[in-house]
Design a protein around this ligand. Structure first.
Ligand code: ADP
Ligand code: MG
Length: 705
């Protein structure tokens, strides 16, 4: 589908860019730095923006501050020398019959002979009132200009022009020219005129009113007008999302059809015993999600379910119940957490709540001794342990379950999709899979990242929670803030103090955890047991500190964001975040989720001196709402998906043109189209090579399509 016939020779879009006229080893090397190695990479190096020079604005109608293109005749040209280096400044006065505008060129003396009174000139830039200009305008920040020959009518200088992310050695002119060469090379001159063959199955383009593929590639680089550009963008975004959706749906279908899953029976005695030992009643939301899980587990199509619930909404208990259910049915279960601390905490919760049931729980991390590890591997392989809780050490090769019935991953967004699949592949019948996440991923992203999963939500927090009150304060209030932390500590309550950095850095003048730790324990918190935990400590040290905090032997815990995920200390009532503007909203919300976990009133104090509007807006949104979903949407809006969570570790495919935030409508159509394609059992062999070449890791598990 990538082949293009050209003068008898097939040209493949996956060929090196060096096939293209005008690209030698030097340019190729520069392009490679931008991630462009194949013709396809180049073709999909879409403009980052466009210059709209499609219409000429009469000078009398120029709006100061706005970009515009004017066309007029040069009335006169003035030349000045300025500055110590005698820079040449040429100023032309241009008239178009409605008014006059000044256009200035700096340091380009060679233009002087060309700028002659009477010549026609096109100029694009920002309009402003000319200084001391008697009603004259001025074009500042000139983007481009063109001097017309006598016979020219100027139409060639009008249009929408692409603007590429250029770099040293590769300027706009290079990109514009190269794209034109590429598109011309890809045109075969027959039939429709575009040899860029269609990749969408027959009918899809027509059904969804999409531009032909070749036309879209032309138009995305060199649109005739705004309408065509919009249609081109829609077409290419649709294709991108459609292919990803096909991949995700194929994964889902494959999991369901090719291999049977484990069929669990209805809950019985062991389950009831564990259930009755829970220290609370399930909330309505939890009960409803539990029904979803049960339904999936009791069918022989493998469960693929994502449970979304805000921090503290009580997802752990759902994992526990599901794992008990698999054990009751004679299987083993695995629970994978993103951090050692969190895994250990789950381990403790499970051992406590399953006491007396006879269920054997094991703990696996990269930091247990080699001997312990060997022993545990053996117990896992010989079904001598029922539930194994651990970090990604669970994915190591030595771990071979005798009978894996259910794999649960907690805070999944920390794991790539590929890792998830490794654990899934352990059994003979496909084990059920439950994914839990507190990151309130907006629907569009859920469909893109987790399109192969069904989704359940725990919307409401368990009863009796007091909402955390959130304040934004400037650094001059720190003495008061820490005095409050001190009184809390003296009353037996605990606090977290979170800092953006581990240690003092020369580059960034930010409070480091180490500094703040020393400042507090030798200063205002003297005599109060304080602890320090950060990502650069050894796991054993980290753990000892967390354990001490857990047991309230430490009252104030100074940390980096290592405490972000899942840690549960209900006695902690205060969270101070230093330099809060350095964190994302979703991240701050996660951090805030560390407090307010008991029935005590809790306070979150965000310390920031930042004066930028965005920073203030973000922090005040956080102070105003507790709704994780709303915060996630805001965060995405303000920071973009890349920052929202490292796209790579999240498993979010690299999107070249679609925008998971704004293109919801296209996404929903693309998903529907993909569902239709799959539903009609159409030949999908075209999907695999495309997915394989564009999104390697995500879809490597698709087999014979
Ligand atoms: P998360 O969804 O963030 O993983 P957890 O499962 O850690 O939340 O639950 C947070 C706290 O809420 C825990 O202390 C847990 O024991 C408690 N909890 C969970 N479900 C309920 C419930 N139905 N009623 C009361 N407390 C609950
Ligand atoms: Mg949790």
């Amino acid at each position: 589908m990538f082949f293009v016939k050209r003068k008898g020779r097939a040209m493949n879009l996956l060929d090196s860019i060096q096939c293209l006229k005008g690209i030698g080893p030097k340019k190729a090397k520069l392009l490679q730095k931008l991630g462009i190695t194949t013709l396809y990479d180049l073709l999909t190096y879409y403009p980052k923006s466009y210059e709209d020079q499609s219409a000429v604005t009469p000078i009398a109608q120029l709006a100061p501050g706005e970009r515009a293109t004017i066309a007029g005749t040069i009335m006169n040209v003035a030349e000045k020398q300025a500055g110590r280096r005698r820079m040449t400044i040429l100023t032309a006065l241009v008239g178009d019959g409605t008014g006059f505008a000044r256009v200035t060129w700096f340091n380009q003396p060679f233009l002087k002979p060309k700028l002659k009174a009477g010549r026609r000139l096109f100029v694009t830039g920002k309009a402003a009132y000319a200084y001391g200009g008697r009603g004259q305008m001025e074009i500042s920040q000139m983007q481009s200009y063109a001097l017309l020959d006598e016979q020219e009518d100027g139409a060639g200088h009008l249009g929408i022009f692409p603007v590429y992310a250029a770099t040293d050695g590769l300027n706009q002119t290079f990109f514009r020219k190269t794209m034109q060469t590429l598109l011309a090379a890809l045109d075969d001159g027959e039939g429709s005129g575009f040899a860029l063959s269609e990749v969408l199955p027959q009918g899809v383009a027509a059904r969804y009113h999409l531009l032909p593929r070749g036309a879209a590639f032309h138009a995305i680089h060199f649109p005739k007008d705004a309408d065509e550009l919009r249609e081109a963008r829609r077409r290419l975004a649709f294709e991108e999302l459609y292919l990803i959706q096909c991949g995700l749906l194929l994964l889902k279908k494959q999991a369901r059809e090719k291999q049977k899953g484990v069929r669990h029976l209805a809950c019985s005695t062991l389950f009831r015993q564990a259930f009755s030992q829970l220290p609370f009643q399930l909330t309505d939301d939890q009960a409803a999600v539990w029904q979803d899980i049960c339904r999936n587990m009791e069918s022989d199509t493998p469960m693929r379910r994502l449970v979304q619930g805000d921090v503290g909404s009580g997802k752990t208990v759902l994992a526990l119940l599901a794992l008990v259910k698999t054990v009751e049915n004679g299987f083993q279960g695995a629970l994978m957490a993103p951090t050692e601390i969190l895994a250990r905490q789950h381990y403790e919760t499970f051992t406590k709540q399953l006491a007396g049931t006879g269920i054997r729980v094991g703990f696996l991390s990269g930091h247990i001794t080699a001997k312990e590890k060997r022993e545990l591997y053996e117990r896992i392989a010989s079904h001598d342990v029922d539930i194994v809780i651990g970090t990604h050490a669970l994915l190591q090769e030595g771990v071979q379950f005798a009978a894996l019935g259910l794999a649960v991953t907690d805070e999944q967004h920390r794991f790539g999709v590929a890792q998830r699949s490794t654990l899934e592949k352990q059994g003979t019948a496909l084990p059920d899979v439950l994914v839990m996440t507190a990151t309130p991923i907006p629907r569009t992203m859920t469909l893109t990242v987790y399109g192969d999963l069904d989704v359940s939500q725990v919307r409401h927090l368990p009863p009796g929670r007091k909402p955390v009150r959130t304040f934004v304060r400037t650094t001059d209030r720190r003495p008061l803030i820490y005095k409050y932390v001190r009184t809390q500590a003296e009353a037996g309550r605990q606090s977290y103090v979170v800092c953006p950095l581990v240690e003092q850095s020369d580059e960034q003048d930010l409070p480091s955890a180490e500094e703040v730790y020393d400042e507090l324990r030798y200063g205002i918190l003297r005599g109060i047991p304080c602890g320090l935990v950060h990502g650069r400590m050894k796991d054993a040290e980290k753990e000892a500190v967390m354990q001490a905090f857990y047991e309230n032997r430490i009252r104030v815990l100074v940390s980096t964001t290592v405490i972000e995920v899942g840690v549960n200390v209900p006695n902690a009532t205060t969270l101070v975040v230093e330099h809060a503007d350095r964190f994302g909203l979703a991240q701050l919300h996660q951090l805030r989720g560390r407090i307010g976990r008991g029935d005590l009133a809790s306070y979150c104090i965000l310390v920031s001196d930042s004066k930028t509007d965005t920073a203030r807006e973000r922090l005040s949104i956080l102070a105003a709402t507790q709704d994780g979903f709303q915060l996630a949407e805001e965060d995405l809006r303000l920071r973009g998906p890349g920052q929202f969570f490292g796209a790579r570790q999240h498993g979010l495919p690299d999107l070249k043109i679609a925008d998971v935030l704004r293109d919801t409508d296209i996404l929903l159509e693309a998903r529907q189209a993909a569902q239709e394609t799959l539903g009609r059992q159409e030949d999908l062999s075209f999907v695999r090579p495309i997915l394989a070449s564009h999104y390697k890791e995500q879809f490597e598990h698709i087999t014979d399509v």
